[in-house]
Design a protein around this ligand. Structure first.
Ligand code: ZN
Length: 475
């Protein structure tokens, strides 16, 4: 006997069953028998005039019956009739506009096609969809791998970086043989190998206030896979201005956060965090480290949310902040509300364009090193001359264990305020950390505490290892 497969939302009206026997020899007869047997289904499937509701599609196998003989479409013994409601909202593409699937694609996506919530219509929506992934790093890796595999038609990637040894612990888009190669090239090759049906669009640039609106404009959904505050605010603001959903995640050590910021339906990132923390206060993963698996967890959550948005199914993470604690393996959820005073998405929003995000986040432009900056070359010259100065290392003890410069005084940044008496206010002091943010903060703190001759080592011990002493390990 033919069967009727029921989608999850309709099962409560059919005694909780996921499928029932189809009684009748045509689609029309089978649906009539179904609603006769389960009367509550009637109003979900048909309007007052008895017509199938416009947001409900019926498939015989993988064919939409509207393109067969409608209600008169015959049913054979082993046929399955699929009822697929297209849930309103979130789906950027109408089914009619979505391209058909080739036979190869039908085979490739068969595990999707047999989920009623995806089905042929959903898979065609994915094929018609375009998603932008900002960053081909830790979060962007699992995100883009799964979206390519899932059959998202167009996958844009913004990145300007080169694959480095220290990326491989978590950035699984790239392999050992890719070290030294542009991340975009390595990503495109890997994604095309996973699914040659996907159009990968590389954007070889640093996303900025100048180019962001032009780059984001063509995409249905934007995923934020960045690791720095200026770009995170830039992505948020550009998405709000363009009316795009921004699928967000961030990671640090063993903890992660995820949400979907979609100003039309809920809060934006600015509603959650009005202003960025001062530079150096919240360490980046490069400074503080991250468990390599964590971006996998969070990037997969971003991919899941993106697919749900594209299909218009389920309950998106809009208005909710998911907190992931990998050490306790606990997931917690916080309610997020729209900030009525949000300058970007509130009713009295004042910001209508993109701004200078480095300035907003208090980050000096890298090219415009202030008078308090010292290059690694200058430090080398100072050491070679035998100048009398103090080299202050403000990194944590476990980092000093990995790599350290000889003769340095070691006071972790967080202990610096209580240990100022270890330093001579009259001395010349050069401060370094791993990359620069913590030492920048230490320099500010020392200046305010009355140490006038303080320098920040630009690029930290990492740049020292890169340019001066390759014997110092980089981590
Ligand atoms: Zn907002």
């Amino acid at each position: 006997m033919p069967k009727i497969a029921l989608p999850t939302p309709l099962r409560p009206y059919a005694g909780g069953r996921d499928s029932v026997d189809a009684e009748g020899t045509t689609v029309g007869e089978a649906l009539a028998a179904l609603t006769a047997q389960h009367p509550p289904l009637q109003r979900h499937l048909f309007d007052e005039a008895g017509r199938l509701r416009s947001f409900v599609n019926v498939y015989r196998g993988d064919e939409d019956v509207r393109f067969l003989d409608g209600a008169a479409t015959p049913l054979a013994e082993d046929d399955t009739l699929w009822i697929v409601p297209s849930i309103a909202g979130g789906a950027p593409t109408t089914e009619e506009a979505a391209p058909p699937l080739t036979n190869d694609e039908i085979r490739r996506y068969s595990r999707h096609l047999i989920i009623p919530e995806v089905g042929l219509a959903g898979q065609r929506k994915l094929k018609a969809a375009s998603v932008l992934c900002v960053g081909a790093g830790g979060l962007g890796s699992p995100f883009s791998l799964y979206l390519a595999a899932a059959g998202v038609g167009t996958l844009g990637i913004v990145d300007f970086d080169v694959v480095d040894d220290s990326n491989l612990q978590r950035q699984i888009l790239h392999g050992t043989s890719d070290v030294g190669r542009k991340k975009l090239e390595s990503a495109a090759a890997r994604l095309w190998d996973i699914n040659p049906n996907v159009r990968v669009v590389p954007h070889d640039t640093r996303l900025s206030a100048v180019n962001a609106l032009d780059i984001l404009r063509d995409y249905d959904v934007v995923a934020d896979g960045t690791d720095n505050f200026p770009t995170r605010y830039l992505v948020n603001d550009a998405c709000v201005l363009l009316g795009k959903p921004n699928v967000y995640a961030s990671i640090y050590r063993f903890e992660g956060q995820a949400s979907v910021f979609f100003a039309e339906k809920g809060p934006c990132y600015r509603c959650l965090y009005r202003e960025p923390p001062p530079p150096g206060l919240v360490p980046s993963c490069a400074e503080g480290g991250v468990l390599g698996i964590l971006p996998g967890l969070l990037g997969v959550i971003q991919a899941t949310e993106t697919v749900k948005l594209l299909l218009g199914i389920g309950e998106p993470l809009i208005g909710r902040l998911l907190l992931v604690d990998a050490l306790g393996l606990r997931f917690r959820e916080l309610k997020l509300r729209k900030d009525p005073d949000c300058v970007l998405c509130g009713p009295n929003a004042t910001q209508r364009t993109l701004i200078d995000y480095d300035q907003f986040c208090g980050i000096p432009h890298p090219e415009a090193a202030g008078p308090s900056e010292m290059s690694v070359e200058e430090l080398k010259a100072k050491i070679d001359r035998g100048d009398n100065f103090v080299l202050l290392d403000v990194r944590e003890p476990h980092e000093v264990e990995i790599a350290a410069l000889p003769g340095s005084v070691r006071i972790p940044l967080r202990q610096l305020p209580e240990q100022l008496d270890r330093l001579d206010p009259a001395a010349e002091i050069v401060v370094h950390c791993k990359l620069g943010p913590r030492s920048t903060r230490a320099v500010k703190l020392l200046r305010e505490a009355g140490f006038p001759r303080v320098w920040n080592l630009s690029g930290g011990i990492d740049r020292w290892a890169e340019r001066i002493d390759p014997g110092v390990p980089r981590y």
